[in-house]
Design a protein around this ligand. Structure first.
Ligand code: A2P
Length: 276
């Protein structure tokens, strides 16, 4: 049996701790991936307007006949749509493509400090929540100054901050920043875009537990109280990534993974300087 673990958010809602990430899954392939995931027990799908697969995500969810309320659905406002009116329009379009009346979580994708619109965008998300279009609201790739600005200007704290996080880039300081503000941490590229799956330390721990490297890393995220959204469009791997509750990491495993942290371990863009 698969476990269905949830994390409590600061708005009294809960999020399933493992979700299916669908970045780079084409719109025509995503319905099958979503259905394989839902069949495997996932109840959390993470998409974004920028992935250009919201239509397929919505279709995959509907075709399986699972009640909308049972699936935690996240989307994100893209950088070009930042600004109060623009973000509200973008959320409306996301809902139309997904063919849903609400998302469970709407995120600002990047702070994009060069635009200096993330505070207005946050106000739009607050409004979207008041209107019931997004049940919870949060951010992605926000650093401490971005978090403190939106909280200071609106009094509304994001429920979570979705950031690049994997054993080679453990983000200890930002995780602590999030935790101090009651913000949960969610990991994107939790497998280091797959690159960590051949790490000798991870492989050794995997052999010991007779599990795969991906399962070891996902379990490490789970035990770190992090919400995790591994991406896969392969049915076996989607199932494998959810089957992580029937074994436990030992203290020595967690210590060994802790040592993989690397200041240069970032794979994706730096939110402070990203200019897209
Ligand atoms: P695929 O979609 O072909 O399964 P991340 O979530 O860190 O971005 O990693 C995603 C990458 O890891 C994708 O290339 C994905 O490829 C691959 N991947 C996901 N799950 C597994 C798994 N269980 N075993 C091997 N590769 C995986």
């Amino acid at each position: 049996m698969t476990d269905h673990r949830t994390i409590s958010l600061n708005d009294d809602r809960v999020i399933p701790q493992i979700g299916l990430g669908v970045w780079q899954i084409p719109n025509n392939a995503v319905p099958t991936a979503v259905q394989v995931a839902l069949d495997a027990g996932y109840r959390h799908i993470d998409t974004a307007a920028a992935y250009e697969n919201e239509e397929g995500v919505g279709r995959g969810m509907r075709e399986l006949g699972i009640a909308r309320e049972e699936i935690f659905l996240t989307t994100k406002v893209w950088n070009d749509d930042q600004g109060y009116d623009e973000a509200l329009r973008a959320i409306d379009l996301s809902l139309k493509r997904l063919k849903v009346s609400f998302v469970d979580l709407c995120l600002i994708y990047w702070p994009s400090p060069g635009r200096d619109l993330y505070a207005d965008t946050w106000r739009a998300l607050v409004r979207a929540r008041e209107e019931g279009l997004a049940r919870s609201i949060g951010v992605s790739n926000f650093e401490v100054e971005h978090l403190d600005r939106i909280i200071g200007e609106t009094g509304v704290t994001p429920v979570l901050n979705q950031i690049e996080l994997h054993p080679r880039f453990q983000q200890r300081r930002l995780r602590q920043t999030n935790a101090q503000r009651g913000i949960k941490t969610e990991a994107w590229s939790p497998l280091g875009r797959g690159r960590l799956l051949t790490d000798p330390v991870i492989e050794r721990i995997a052999r010991k537990h007779e599990r795969t490297p991906a399962q070891i890393i996902i379990r490490w995220h789970i035990d770190s109280d992090v919400i995790v959204i591994p991406k896969s469009m392969n049915a076996n791997r989607i199932q494998e990534n959810f089957a992580v509750f029937d074994f436990a990491l030992e203290a020595e495993d967690i210590a060994a993974i802790g040592k993989l942290d690397d200041v240069d371990g970032r794979i994706g863009p730096n939110p402070m300087t990203a200019s897209f």
